[in-house]
Design a protein around this ligand. Structure first.
Ligand code: HDL
Ligand code: ZN
Length: 434
């Protein structure tokens, strides 16, 4: 049988055929495609304007982000107890002074603030926050959202919506939201692992459940999920799980997951997002900043993907040490979609390692990143950094391919970037994103 030569019309000197790129053109083409392709941000804690004050934006919220609070306590003599007594504005001023005036903002999260201020035309070396605060008070939220998402190169963001959060529930029970750039997700932490503290809230809403999730409880949880699927129209269901998560096991979490939540996901054609590896509140004094990371036993994920072949799993794991096995599991199970470099992984040094091994093992059949943004303007720096970090990685993949004989065109780069940052998610969720 004749061999199919991989040699493209490229000639030895690296020149190319009419359509193919020269080796030295590849990096700039990749940068240009990344810059001009709007991404879908598949996991954030942002909220559309219908949610009012639950949606965070502006300089005081940016500076009191829990990532920065954790760094603040390393560069200030202020104790957490003293810090929590301060007002939001006083906390922001203390963080600005400690991390931006008295020290260089060279960490990923502090440099991110500089990126946002610079992008919005605000001074990055101010001694205080007066000018920045004045700018944000002059913004009205709807046009500000459009401008910020456009600057971030993001067409739409996916929210994290907790049906048992009283403030959120109130919005959904009074008409909810239908902002074209914000997509809902049914977040189930309070059901799946918070059951002991939250089953009574379900009971008070008329669902016949009990503390041990026995009797009619599973059927009633499914009725609860059906009610919220209809009310919220989520793109997927989601839960964050600790590093000690096991499956199967005899826990209420395992029973609710296998006998209520996953059947509901199948009933409504929704993926289940599992975010595995958090170690909650290792230092409670830091509150939201008090969580850490632990290596999980991904046999649990293996058992879920194998045991529930008709469910689709959208998975991010928090430990760097779990990344390679997650990519290997994705080779074994095509109902597993790895996504993002989550939280403590969202740093260029780790994003590079994780993304390169995913490309090497999975091609373009994964979702490289999400922002996890909690404050609107964070998407500006998180996606600026993602594009900057990914450009050389993607370019390297094409340069290797080119060197080994394939023709590289802008069309294939565009197809691949669209798949990585849009189509993989759209196909998995049935989203027809704007
Ligand atoms: O559980 C999650 O969705 C995590 O992303 C947490 O919200 C975490 O606090 C976070 O913001 N990480 O970026
Ligand atoms: Zn998150």
């Amino acid at each position: 049988m004749g061999t199919t030569s991989l040699k493209s019309p490229n000639r030895k000197d690296g020149s190319s055929s009419a359509r193919g790129l020269k080796a030295e053109q590849i990096h700039s083409e990749v940068e240009d495609v990344l810059a001009s392709t709007p991404f879908i941000d598949i996991h954030t804690h942002l909220f559309s304007p219908a949610f009012g004050k639950i949606g965070l934006w502006g300089i005081d919220e940016l500076l009191t982000y829990h990532y920065l609070e954790a760094e603040f306590f390393r560069s200030s003599d202020t104790t957490p107890e003293e810090y929590w007594k301060l007002s939001k504005g006083e906390r922001a001023e203390a963080i600005w002074k400690a991390l931006f005036v008295e020290n260089s903002p060279v960490s990923e999260s502090t440099r991110g603030i500089i990126t946002v201020l610079h992008a919005l035309g605000l001074p990055t070396d101010a001694s205080g926050l007066r000018e920045a605060r004045r700018f944000f008070t002059e913004q009205s939220i709807e046009p500000h959202i459009r401008r910020v998402l456009q600057m971030a190169g993001v067409s739409s963001v996916v929210m994290t919506n907790d049906p048992l959060d009283p403030d959120e529930r109130n919005v959904w029970m009074n008409g909810g939201q239908n902002h074209v750039q914000f997509h809902p997700v049914l977040r189930l932490d309070r059901i799946l692992w918070g059951w002991p503290n939250h089953w009574q809230q379900l009971a008070s809403e008329g669902y016949a459940v009990d503390e041990s999730a026995s009797g009619k409880s599973l059927a009633e949880v499914r009725r609860f999920l059906a009610d919220w699927q209809k009310r919220m129209r989520p793109l997927y269901m989601a839960v964050s799980l600790t590093d000690s998560f096991q499956f199967p096991d005899e826990s209420i979490t395992g029973k609710l997951l296998s006998e209520a939540v996953l059947p509901s996901c199948r009933e409504f054609g929704l993926p289940m997002s599992l975010m595995i590896g958090v170690r909650r509140q290792v230092n409670p004094r830091l509150r939201l900043a008090g969580d850490a990371v632990g290596k999980a036993d991904l046999r649990a994920l293996e058992n879920l993907c194998r045991g529930f072949p008709d469910n689709r799993f959208l998975v991010s794991v928090l430990s760097r040490e779990n990344q390679h096995e997650l990519a290997v599991y994705a080779r074994k199970f095509n109902n597993l979609m790895p996504f993002g470099c989550w939280w403590f992984l969202n740093n260029p040094s780790i994003v590079e390692e994780v993304t390169r091994e995913r490309i090497e093992l999975l091609g373009t059949s994964f979702i490289p990143q999400h922002s996890d943004a909690r404050v609107l303007e964070q998407v500006i720096y998180k996606w600026h950094n993602t594009r900057r970090t990914l450009a050389p990685i993607l370019a390297n993949a094409y340069q290797l391919l080119h060197a080994d004989g394939a023709e590289i065109t802008r069309q294939m780069i565009q197809r691949d970037v669209t798949r990585l940052f849009r189509t993989n998610f759209e196909k998995w969720t049935g989203l027809r994103a704007g």
